[in-house]
Structures are given as structure tokens and as C-alpha cells.
Design a protein around this ligand. Structure first.
Ligand SMILES: *Cc1c(COP(=O)(O)O)cnc(C)c1O
Length: 420
């Protein structure tokens, strides 16, 4: 159904109803002033052109209003996070009360493990996928140690089989069969940052719950990429960041999800701060802590409005494009990349990301035999922004909001030339 030609790629772009969104982003330029082939939205998403207006508005309101901006800014700062909630909930498939934007990913992961990782003498182990992002692994290991457990014993890796790169569900079942009684938490990376494998959230949650475990997901590579359907997955909690597919700028705030069945549980242990306290009495400053129901109850501090303004801008772009349309284009775009790579018929390269579009987002991870980082450097030289993972994997992520079919075609042309 695909054709390997520039004219075909251009024709796909002409027929693409989301094509005009590319114009809404700043594309970095190469040395000769042409837009680079940017395939790195899995690491840092591009800047929407409206973002600077949204941030400038807050700066202006601060200049004009000072402290009064908390209540009198066009978007008052006091409840500012609420302006993000509905759209963010839509992006991750949650109910608004289950979602809040705050802190950063790893911080949120710790805060939620304070509540949802409650080890006992006999049930204390944590399962992560073996190629979990280092920060998640460090966070989980430190939680084990914090509770007096040795990660060598307490950390279980869900590992691909010998000679394979992606994890099999049966192997997680086997882990649960073997050790389910001693496992407190499944903490899985939803869409794996390395292989690009997207895990079945609902099945994993069912498996975990059946064995009496809490189930949490890291959607760093899922939010804005796949449609996670968090609420119906029934997961207990989830965390994500906003600077990858969500295009909200370097280090911008993260999001978290707490399933509504935990919304009113005041018995859950948690680390607290004034922003998680009942809004009615927050400023009396004298009351016993009274957590807000739902995800908001995990907030600690009054948040950085400039970061939230960038997130609001980005979410407005997402709302206009719509996740259904984005995901549909994404499958077609990544399918085209896969097709072109297969057409190269080069046995030095192997796509380690699952072939099934339902088991991946837009990213393809390409393993290149005997390659080293100089391959990535050559790509950069040729105006392709991709991402290198040791020892031999290039990750490329055509993002449906701003990448075109011609980008994909052009990437493969340049890649082919470099491979020689
Ligand atoms: C990007 C990423 C992070 C980054 O964590 P921060 O706290 O935002 O620095 C963590 N985990 C995963 C899976 C990621 O992909």
C-alpha cells in the first residue's frame, strides 16, 4: 500500500488533514538554513509558535498586577492548574478528577510510591521492565532501600528472552505465578523508551490486581503518543512528563494520575503540602491537613505558572488536532518509515520495535550491526536529528503533529547514503 518515492510521500502530505499543523511549530534549521529532519520528539518535542504568547501573557499580567495576578490575571494563577486538567485528562484517557499537572516525573513517581508502595514483611518486591528508563529504576531501587529491602532481592526485572528485544506478556505471567505473593508493586513503563514497545495496560493491571499487587505506569513515552486509556485500564496510578511528545518545553512540569477509586481515601499515606489541602480553607493556614479529593490532593506547592502556560499552549494544539486523528496519522506515518526501512533490504539493520502498530507508538528503534555513535554523528551532520542509544540503536520518532511523510522519506534517503 506504500510506495518508495518522493512523489508518493508528497502526495500523502497533500492528502493529510493534519499537515497544516507543521506550520504551527518552530522547526530548527540546519547550517544552510533549511529545516532539519526532526525525529526526536520522543526526547524533546518542538515548540508550538503560540507558546511564547501564552508565556508572555503571564509575564505581562505579573508586571501589571503583581500579587493580584493570583486572582485577577486573565487566567488567575491560584487555580491555574485547573485550566490544564480537562485537556490533559483527555490526552491520557482519564477522568478530570484523576489527573493533575505538578512537579516533574521522577518526583511524582516518588510521591506516588510513598502512597502506593506499602511493603510488608512478606510482600515487598517491585517488578519493572528490564530496560526501564534509568531514573525509574533508581527511584524504585531507592524506595526499596528506604523501606529496608535489598534491591538485589526486591527488584524483579521483566526481561526479554535471549536474542529478543521486547518483553513477552507470558513471561510477566510466569513471574507472577512464581513470586506473585511477595510482589507489592508492578511499575511498568507503558511505552518503553528504548525498544518503543507499548505494553497492554489493562491486561497488566488485571494480572497485577489478580495477584494482590498495586499497578503503576510511567507514560513518559505514552502521553501524547499513544492513547493510554488510563481510567479504563484500571491502573492505580501513573506519571508522565510534558516535554517529550507533549511539546511543553525542556524540564516542564509533569502529570500524574490516581484512579478515582482512591480519590476519597484519606487513609492513604502521603507526603503533603498546602496545595493539596482543601481549597476552602487553604489560606486560613491553621487547619489540620484536609486533602483535596482525587489527584489534586497530592499537590505540594503552588506551581510555576510559566511552565503551565507552555503546557496550556501545547494542550490547545492537541485539542485542535484531536488524539484520534493524531494516532491515526501516526500509525500511517510510522508504517511508512517501517516500509521504507524494509525496502532497503539491508541485513545490517533491524527494527527492534514491535511490528504490530497496536504495540508501539510513533517511535522505531533501529539496531545497526557494528555501528557506533559516529553513525549518529553522521546523521546529525546530514541534518537529521535522531537519538542514539548505546550500544547500537538509533531511535527515530516521526511525530504526527509536525513531521511529514516527506520527512520520513528524506530521512531514509540520507540514512541509506550514510550506510553506503
Ligand atoms: C524521560 C523519562 C524520564 C525523565 O524523568 P524526569 O524526572 O522528567 O527527568 C523518566 N522516566 C522515563 C520512562 C522517561 O522516558
Amino acid at each position: 500500500m506504500y510506495v518508495s518515492s518522493r512523489s508518493y510521500a508528497q502526495e500523502c502530505d497533500t492528502r493529510d488533514e493534519l499537515a497544516e499543523f507543521r506550520e504551527q511549530f518552530h522547526l530548527p534549521l540546519d547550517a544552510s538554513g533549511n529545516p532539519v529532519i526532526y525525529l526526536c520528539g520522543n526526547s524533546l518535542g518542538l515548540q508550538p509558535k503560540i507558546t511564547s504568547q501564552y508565556i508572555r501573557k503571564e509575564l505581562d499580567d505579573w508586571a501589571k498586577l503583581g500579587v493580584e495576578g493570583h486572582t485577577d490575571a486573565a487566567h488567575p494563577w491560584m487555580p491555574y492548574h485547573e485550566f490544564l486538567t480537562n485537556q490533559m485528562a483527555e490526552v491520557v484517557g482519564a477522568k478530570p478528577g484523576e489527573v493533575v499537572v505538578m512537579n516533574t516525573l521522577t518526583t511524582n513517581l516518588h510521591l506516588l510510591m510513598v502512597s502506593f508502595y506499602q511493603p510488608t514483611e512478606t510482600r515487598y518486591k517491585i517488578v519493572v521492565e528490564s530496560d526501564a528508563f534509568p531514573s525509574d529504576k533508581y527511584a524504585v531501587e531507592s524506595q526499596l532501600k528506604f523501606h529496608g529491602h535489598d534491591p538485589k532481592d526486591g527488584l524483579i526485572l521483566w526481561t526479554p528472552r535471549e536474542g529478543e528485544e521486547v518483553c513477552r506478556f507470558e513471561d510477566l505471567e510466569a513471574i507472577m505465578q512464581d513470586q506473585g505473593n511477595s510482589i507489592a508493586l508492578l511499575m511498568i513503563g507503558d511505552t518503553n523508551y528504548y525498544s518503543g514497545q507499548h505494553f497492554p495496560l489493562k491486561r497488566i493491571t488485571q494480572l497485577g490486581h489478580k495477584n494482590g499487587c498495586i499497578v503503576g505506569f510511567d507514560l513518559a513515552h505514552g502521553a501524547g503518543n499513544i492513547q493510554p486509556d488510563l481510567h479504563s485500564s484500571n491502573a492505580d496510578f501513573a506519571v508522565w512528563c510534558s516535554y517529550k511528545y507533549l511539546n511543553s518545553g525542556p524540564g516542564s512540569l509533569g502529570g500524574l494520575f490516581v484512579h478515582e477509586r482512591h480519590a476519597h481515601n484519606k487513609e492513604l499515606k502521603r507526603f503533603t503540602g498546602w496545595w493539596g489541602h482543601n481549597k476552602e480553607t487553604r489560606f486560613n493556614m491553621r487547619h489540620e491537613f484536609d486533602p483535596l479529593p482525587g489527584a489534586e490532593g497530592w499537590q505540594l506547592s503552588n506551581p510555576p505558572i510559566l511552565s503551565m502556560a507552555a503546557i496550556r499552549a501545547s494542550l490547545d494544539v492537541f485539542a485542535e488536532a484531536g488524539m484520534d486523528r493524531l494516532r491515526k496519522k501516526s500509525k500511517k506515518l510510522t508504517g511508512y518509515l517501517e516500509f521504507l526501512l524494509d525496502e532497503l533490504n539491508d541485513d545490517r539493520i533491524r527494527i527492534i520495535t514491535p511490528r504490530d502498530p497496536e504495540q508501539r507508538g510513533c517511535q522505531l528503534s533501529i539496531q545497526v550491526k557494528n555501528a557506533d555513535k559516529s553513525l549518529h554523528d553522521q546523521l546529525t551532520e546530514a541534518g537529521v536529528i535522531s537519538d542514539w542509544r548505546e550500544p547500537d540503536v538509533i531511535r527515530v520518532a516521526p511525530v504526527p503533529l509536525y513531521n511529514s511523510f516527506e520527512d520520513v522519506f528524506e530521512f531514509v534517503e540520507r540514512f541509506k547514503k550514510i550506510l553506503g
